[in-house]
Design a protein around this ligand. Structure first.
Ligand code: ATP
Ligand code: MG
Length: 489
């Protein structure tokens, strides 16, 4: 319904139109009884079956929203209907929206944190009361005269009965911030709110949303299948840890995101305080070189023609097919590589996953030492000074030392009669972050290839003994001693 300046609506006199969104039109007005400056949002009800009364639902939901009282939530002052059209009245916030500010480009880290902190406290408050926002995006973040931040349009999508994707396939709201959680009903959960918060933080830091596409469907697909672009490439001044927090907030699988809005902010604060910690970041990416050998090994195993089938089965259509080292942005997010191994294991079994790791390990060794036979001579020369029965331990310790020089991985080598043990108290395989059996099998294979190369002995037999992701104190892989294997055969 059209409303014009000067018109009266209950106790309000309209002074002008502010703007129009997907769910209605916002007017500026004066509350006549007290002279207060307000904003009135006239809403458009979603198309619903004739049997249901959309206004009933509107009142039910708006009552819940109106109970939210928080310093960073735009309060609902009053709501009602006029000629069957519902409206809500809220305070007028005259300093524009976050979207307006983002039109000028990226924001400083400090401002981003401050805005994220206020939005997160509002979200946490609502989530604690089982209220989901459903439409977190910069145009719903408003500023007051002293730059306090307010979250607007809480739960309105639900009150209006609009689903992120309607039965006819059309989309309500903007897909730029929409989580890929279609299985759970799209953007209607707390975790989808948190994903959108992650996207918004990304937008503030990068000056643009993470994904752009010509069509809505392509945009949705990007949220589902494209890795989060690396923020540190767009913004070299951003600490790696901060980029990693955004990565995790935007993880494809809800289980891999932060659990609460508060956690997102705490993680952001920590990452800013300790800009040099890469600990969090290493949880999220498989290094490029690893991804490269993993992908190449998978290609060799399934054949170049089948790789796309495997990616599709893994739910990673259009995922990285180029070789990662060509482009530093093509790091494999951990959750996606883990998903690939999981799918590989579903199809080919555990032993094949281990063999895959072995092959990837071989590939990396071949590449690291361009002349394998010369390397073999060096290894043999070194090993010739080491008694036969000590070679395994010697090789493992050399390998562990090498890792400690080139990375922050600390490995303790232990030994009993039958085996040597590769013990990690911080696990770099999946970093205790996500129990992922296929990743362990893959790593066991990788270790087999490494040990083979380091000892010049036969291919060892590696098994996982304990796993931090499964609740153990350390990750331990056992490497069977060659004598034991001899006895077995
Ligand atoms: N309380 C308010 N005070 C001042 N301006 C407001 C207020 N609420 C909304 N606006 C502004 O009115 C315009 C329209 O808002 P509206 O919420 O309808 O659209 P939107 O947020 O872009 O999309 P959506 O309908 O999905 O929320 C926006 O520019 C918004 O910043
Ligand atoms: Mg809005």
């Amino acid at each position: 319904m059209e409303i014009v300046a000067g018109q009266h609506l209950d106790d309000y006199q309209i002074t002008g139109q502010i703007g129009r969104g997907g769910m209605g039109t916002v007017y500026r007005a004066t509350q006549l009884s007290n002279g207060r400056d307000v904003a009135i949002k006239m809403l458009a009800l979603a198309q619903l079956p004739a049997s249901s009364n959309p206004l009933d639902r509107f009142y039910r939901e708006v009552k819940i929203i109106a109970q939210l009282q928080h310093a960073h939530i735009v309060p609902v002052l009053h709501f009602g209907e006029i000629e069957g059209n519902p409206y809500i009245v809220m305070p007028y916030l005259g300093r524009g929206s976050l979207l307006d500010r983002l039109k000028h480009g990226a924001m400083p880290l400090k401002d981003t944190l401050e805005i994220a902190r206020q939005i997160a406290s509002a979200l946490q408050y609502a989530h604690d009361r089982d209220v989901v926002h459903r439409d977190i995006k910069p145009s719903n973040v408003l500023f007051d005269d002293i730059d306090n931040v307010y979250l607007a349009d809480f739960g309105l999508a639900k009150a209006l009965g609009s689903k992120p994707i309607t039965a006819s396939g059309s989309l309500i709201g903007t897909p730029e911030y929409m989580a890929p959680d279609w299985a759970n009903g799209g953007g209607s959960t707390q975790t989808a709110d948190l994903y959108a918060l992650g996207v918004m933080i990304y937008h503030m830091l990068a000056g643009q949303p993470p994904y752009k596409a010509a069509t809505t469907m392509e945009l949705i697909r990007a949220h589902v299948a494209s890795p989060v672009p690396n923020l540190t490439t767009t913004r070299p001044d951003i600490p790696f840890g901060v980029a990693a927090v955004v990565q995790r907030a935007m993880a494809k699988y809800p289980s891999q995101r932060y659990g609460t809005a508060q956690e997102v902010v705490v993680a952001l604060e920590n990452a800013m305080k300790n800009p040099n910690t890469s600990e969090k970041a290493s949880r999220l990416y498989m290094p490029n070189s690893w991804a490269y050998y993993a992908m190449t090994a998978i290609k060799h195993a399934v054949g170049a023609n089948q790789i796309e089938t495997l990616l599709t089965r893994a739910g990673l259509p259009n995922y990285i097919l180029q070789d990662p080292p060509d482009n530093i942005q093509r790091e494999f997010p951990f959750d996606q590589s883990a998903q690939l191994f999981r799918t590989f294991q579903e199809v080919f079994g555990k032993r094949s996953t281990q063999a895959l790791g072995r092959h990837a390990g071989d590939l990396s060794q071949q590449a690291a030492v361009r002349k394998p036979d010369r390397a073999a001579k060096i290894t043999t020369a070194i090993l010739s000074t080491v008694p036969h029965e000590e070679r395994l331990r010697f090789g493992l310790e050399t390998l562990a030392n090498m890792y400690s020089v080139i990375s922050d991985l600390r490995v303790i080598i232990e030994e009993d009669q039958r085996s040597c043990f590769w013990r990690m108290e911080t696990c770099h395989v999946c970093n205790g972050w996500h129990a992922d059996e296929p990743v362990c099998y893959y790593f066991a294979g990788w270790l087999e290839a490494m040990v083979y190369w380091m000892t010049g002995e036969r291919l060892p037999n590696v098994t996982e003994i304990t796993c931090m992701a499964k609740g153990d104190a350390a990750c331990i892989f056992a490497i069977e001693k060659p004598e034991q294997a001899d006895q077995r055969t």
